[in-house]
Design a protein around this ligand. Sequence first.
Ligand code: HEM
Ligand code: HEM
Length: 296
Amino acid sequence: MVRFAVLAVTAVAALAVLVLAARWLIGLPPVARFVAEHPGQAPLPPSVPVGIPAWLGWQHFFNAFLMLLIVRTGWQVRTTTRPTASWTRKNTGLLRTKGQPKKISLELWFHLSLDALWVLNGLVFAILLFVTGQWMRIVPTSWEIVPHAASALLQYAALEWPLENGWVSYNALQVLAYFVTVFIAAPLSVLTGVRMSNAWPKGPDGINRLFPIELARRLHFPVMIYFVAFTAVHVFLVFATGALRNLNHMYAPSDDDEWLGFAFFSASLVVMIAAWFLARPLFLRPIAALMGKVGR
Ligand code: HEM
Ligand code: HEM
């Protein structure tokens, strides 16, 4: 308890020092000039589309929905010592192999089934991003992004938050965070996850020497920590920088201050909470049984 109190006080003090230092820095004439010249938004290609289309809102929702359960089942795979049940895939049809399929826990079966849907959702998202030109909003297109991101970071730290309109474009720091999440973290979790799974060919040579399973194991969990940390900051900022308007962008989808986005967001939360409570062995076992053999 005392340790926690000391830690909390230290954290608050460190934060206060950071904010004061940033405010002092931003007040210096050369820094103020730099911030004026780089307000935090890198220039965008002229053909960039304006607004967030409905399909993107749906993709974003499916992603959050699946990710909630993926993180939970990943955590269960990591911490469960006695799985509630085992699952073995059917050895028939296209998936037929010479060796016997390996048993896995019901938790890992659910993790992998959610992953399959999540990857499908991600592929549809990526294809639509590139077909519609929407990618230009979350992929850096010039090195100008670097000074703008530095400026935006300084403004956040000084508590003078950049108030851009996310409907038209994101600030440089947002662009970088979304880019890393979609194009680095997500593929990394897929690659390391598939490497650990039984679907990956065994053997000590070739690609397995370059990309050993231990490396995949060491990376897969930190990538989850990244996703959770990103989501915490992301959702905090969505609510702290004009909640109604931001929620309308992603959930309505429109650029006004009405309550529709909030209503859809609330409904999506209800769906996510319901899924959380329904995802228990009682309901999962019959679904798993359709795809393989459920045992003890
Ligand atoms: C359920 C909680 C969430 C809420 C309320 C939320 C809300 C939002 C909002 C309002 C925007 C648009 C921001 C703006 O207009 O300035 C946005 C964009 C985005 N969010 Fe979330 N988000 C959530 C969860 C997540 C999760 C879990 C991820 C990924 C791990 C994520 C990834 C993104 C990305 C990549 C964008 C940019 C999309 C684009 O424009 O192409 N969000 N989110
Ligand atoms: C295509 C995507 C993915 C695949 C194929 C995959 C596959 C796997 C596999 C096979 C394991 C079991 C490892 C073992 O037996 O020790 C595992 C564990 C885990 N997964 Fe995933 N995964 C994917 C995506 C994700 C994502 C997106 C997250 C979180 C955001 C996540 C979080 C975890 C966690 C926390 C564990 C436990 C790791 C540990 O014990 O250290 N996975 N995953």
